[in-house]
Design a protein around this ligand. Structure first.
Ligand SMILES: [Zn+2]
Length: 485
């Protein structure tokens, strides 16, 4: 690649330095902290996203939105002319997170047993919270409002609103229940193919199959997505993981907990009751058994990636996450949405004595470790759905903490949430690691997440294409809005 040639970057970047502020759209300015065209992070710790050990006391040079060089802060080389130099002693820079199971919606409060579940598009809050948390790229994992998602992407890309680089997935292909009124109920394989063709033409760049979908409909959706050179993932139920891998699916969401193929009551092409599947899995499925290990092997040999969504599963585990960790979530939510979350949390806690979820959560973590050990491509996302409480951005940070709880090192967890995802998206030439020539999508953190993964939440500045956003200003601007707009 041309940019890797040091001579070419020096010619391209070290000429006349103009302030970048001139090019920053007016509407973004209130959120921007660093707008120098050329910026040096000096004495910074670098965790580069490749899984390599952190490099201490480094110097990262950014010019015109790209990473120009990474070297030792002790080196005598001159700074680019006119560069702003930040002393980042004690701080860490990581690649911007690439969230792979994200949503721009959130469950609307005010539901209940006699009301329909509805998900509202968080058009203002979700993009800002993603960016504030260091998620500089996000793939949606199924959409309730595909036109709104596509419009938000255009507004972000044209600098009219702040937000991450979005990869838009079309509407869910498949359904769960007719009471989920925002989902389309498929009428057959032709319908699934038609839906893919239509949304590919409208601009969706990925697809997601959903729980109640026949094998024939799934096959049609996979084939049409591939005909458009697009990838398709699935949160499946009627079809097991091994069968979907053989059909050619590219990615599976959530992991073992949602795989129905080992359930004794599974009937071909039908989605069994989730509670029964999960109860049996919690009680008797051994992740180290030959059958589960064979499924893992089949996914790896078919190059099927898995997206970890531990943050959303955690909300089904009684009394997790600790309430004391949710101060930011509470501030971001409307009062009603927070109350609704607490009600859901209380319902989960009431069933603590009989809940299968603590056991399932441990099995899921074991499955994810084994999948990576077997050579599988694991990615991460936060899936802000369920009964609430998992929020855009904050949920992605929690996801990293949970990957570490699962047994990955912090550096491995960061690798999963950055380079692995960029590879899957085919964007690893530009995103996912800190390397010369790549986009300066970076998160500057206080502290050292390699030693303490909780420092992943101590975001000081989020750089997208070299422009530094202030996380506090982004978060403050949507205080009390999540759950409403
Ligand atoms: Zn989801």
């Amino acid at each position: 690649m041309r940019w890797r040639d040091p001579l070419i970057w020096s010619i391209a970047t070290f000429t006349t330095i103009l302030p970048a502020s001139a090019q920053i759209p007016e509407r973004l300015r209130p959120f921007i902290k660093e707008d120098a065209r050329s910026l040096v992070l000096n004495h910074v710790r670098v965790i580069d996203g490749t899984g390599s050990a952190p490099v201490e006391d480094a110097r990262v040079v950014i010019t015109d939105g790209r990473i120009v060089s990474i070297g030792s802060a002790a080196a005598a080389s001159a700074f680019p002319a006119g560069a702003k130099v930040l002393d980042a002693t004690g701080k860490t820079v990581i690649p911007g997170l690439v969230g792979m199971h994200e949503h721009l919606f959130y469950p609307l409060p005010g539901g209940g047993p006699d009301r329909l579940a509805l998900y509202g598009e968080m058009a203002d809050s979700a993009p800002r919270l993603y960016l504030a948390a260091g998620v500089t790229s996000a793939r949606t994992g199924g959409s309730m409002e595909p036109y709104a998602d596509l419009s938000l992407k255009k507004l972000i890309d044209s600098g009219q609103i702040p937000g991450p680089k979005l990869h838009i997935t079309g509407p869910y292909i498949g359904s769960l229940s007719p009471t989920l009124a925002q989902m389309h109920i498929l009428t057959g394989p032709d319908d699934a193919a038609r839906l893919v063709d239509y949304w590919a033409a409208e601009g969706a760049t990925s697809f997601k199959a959903y729980m109640v979908i026949t094998p024939e409909e799934l096959k049609a959706a996979i084939d049409r997505a591939h005909a458009h050179n697009l990838k398709i993932t699935g949160h499946l139920c009627s079809v097991g993981f091994t069968e979907a891998a053989e059909m050619g699916i590219d990615n599976l969401e959530h992991g073992l907990i949602v795989d129905t193929e080992f359930f004794s009551g599974k009937k071909p092409g039908l989605c069994p009751a989730q509670a029964a599947n999960q109860a049996e899995m919690a009680k008797s499925l051994d992740v180290e058994s030959a059958k589960v290990q064979k499924m893992i092997h089949d996914l790896v040999s078919h190059h099927v990636a898995v997206t970890s969504t531990l943050a959303i599963f955690e909300t089904s585990v009684p009394n997790r996450p600790p309430l004391s960790t949710l101060a930011r979530t509470r501030m971001a939510l409307t009062g009603k949405a927070w109350a609704s979350y607490l009600e859901g949390r209380a319902r989960v806690a009431e069933r603590a004595a009989t809940s299968d979820f603590s056991a399932l959560f441990r099995k899921e973590m074991q499955f994810e470790r084994d999948f990576v050990k077997a050579g599988g491509l694991l990615m991460a996302g936060c899936d802000p759905t369920g009964y609430g409480g998992v929020l855009a951005g904050f949920g992605d940070q929690r996801e990293l903490e949970l990957l570490v709880e699962a047994g990955f090192t912090p550096v491995e967890a960061i690798h999963i949430a950055t380079e692995n995802a960029a590879k899957f998206l085919g964007e690893d030439g530009l995103l996912g690691t800190i390397a010369p020539g790549k986009a300066a999508d970076l998160v500057l953190l206080s502290g050292n997440p390699a030693a303490n993964i909780h420092d992943i939440s101590r975001v000081e500045t989020v750089f997208k294409d070299g422009v530094g956003y202030d996380p506090e200003k982004l978060i403050d601007s949507v205080k009390g809005a999540m759950g409403l707009r």
